[in-house]
Design a protein around this ligand. Structure first.
Ligand code: ATP
Length: 297
């Protein structure tokens, strides 16, 4: 569906997208992750033909991006693209007109898109009267109104409460069910973990790691992660290393990669003679993989 090959973009002397390649197959939900300034929005802007790449190729359905491929894409940018004093239906009508939909198609699409984002009962409400979550859903509706094949969602749940986030996740799953391809950016790693079939991790415009979550898990050669609290950290680290555990720090917590799954009594036995105040076992999560990849590079 979307193929990016050796894409480059610099502003002055700063390379903000650096030899970036990625491939998104039809029907996938692809999560592009990276810290602030990693180059996610710049990449999206190039896919949407809003800014020009210095070099490299972007193809949608095997066609180089152009005014024609624009219609295959729907974008919900980070900042809501809505007219606050217009109603939901009026906003959609405006964007559907820009995409060249005729009046009858516009009317049908406004109804079906409002239904898809669960805002049909707010069709006549001005945007300024909607909650933040509703406005985000309407912003996504704008991306859907012309029935694109690829939907790009730039931080679709940023700043939303958990219920509003769930509603947007549900909407994204519905898009996948309809066979629509989704490219999303997020800083929420649990969100990417739940939604995405494929994940790409960007830093300084470079793709550091890419693949399914299962494939990315191979980056961390651990069966599980052990987090412990102890006042005898140096002794605990020495002891754990003697048993083949790899020490790590996650947000100042002392953790160890366990090379094989162990029962709790076996773990405690490995720390014999050390006073452990608390112990927790965790599965390897995207958060651990993300930190591993971005800190190493
Ligand atoms: P965020 O998560 O904060 O949205 P991002 O990964 O989307 O970040 P970009 O917005 O693509 O990052 O920015 C990448 C880099 O390019 C940043 O250092 C930014 O300051 C720089 N940049 C973006 N647009 C321009 C511009 N028009 N002129 C100069 N520098 C720019």
């Amino acid at each position: 569906m979307l193929s990016i090959i050796n894409l480059n973009k610099s502003y002055g002397k700063v390379k903000v997208v650096n030899d970036l390649s990625l491939q998104i197959d039809a029907g996938e939900i692809y999560g592009l992750l990276g810290a602030n300034g990693a180059g996610k929005t710049t990449t999206i802007n190039m896919i949407c033909n809003l800014i020009k790449a210095d070099s490299g190729q972007i193809k949608i359905n095997n066609q180089p991006i152009s005014a024609a491929t624009k219609k295959l894409i729907g974008i919900a940018p980070q900042e809501n693209l809505l007219y606050k004093t217009l109603t939901c239906a009026e906003n959609l009508n405006f964007f559907a007109t820009i995409y060249g939909l005729d009046k009858k198609t516009r009317q049908q699409q406004i109804q079906s898109t409002l239904a898809a984002v669960n805002l049909l009962d707010r069709a006549k409400s001005p945007v300024e009267t909607l909650s933040g979550g509703m406005q985000r859903r309407l912003n996504i509706a704008v991306a859907l109104v012309h029935q694109p094949k690829l939907v790009i969602l730039d931080e679709p749940t940023a700043g939303l409460d958990i219920e509003a986030r769930y509603e947007i996740w549900e909407l994204i799953w519905q898009l996948k069910k309809q066979g629509i391809t989704v490219l999303l950016t997020t800083h929420l790693l649990d969100e990417a973990e739940r939604l995405c079939n494929k994940i790409g991790i960007l830093k300084h415009g470079k793709m550091l790691a890419e693949g399914s979550l299962a494939a990315l898990r191979n980056i961390i050669p651990a069966a599980e992660i052990l987090v412990i609290q102890t006042t005898q950290e140096a002794e605990a680290i020495a002891c754990a290393q003697a048993h083949g555990f790899t020490p790590k720090r996650y947000a100042n917590e002392l953790a160890f990669w366990l090379p094989e799954p162990l029962e709790l009594p076996e773990i405690i036995a490995r720390f014999a003679g050390i006073k452990i105040d608390a112990i927790a076992r965790q599965n390897v999560r995207l958060e651990h993989i993300y930190l591993e990849v971005t800190q190493k590079n």
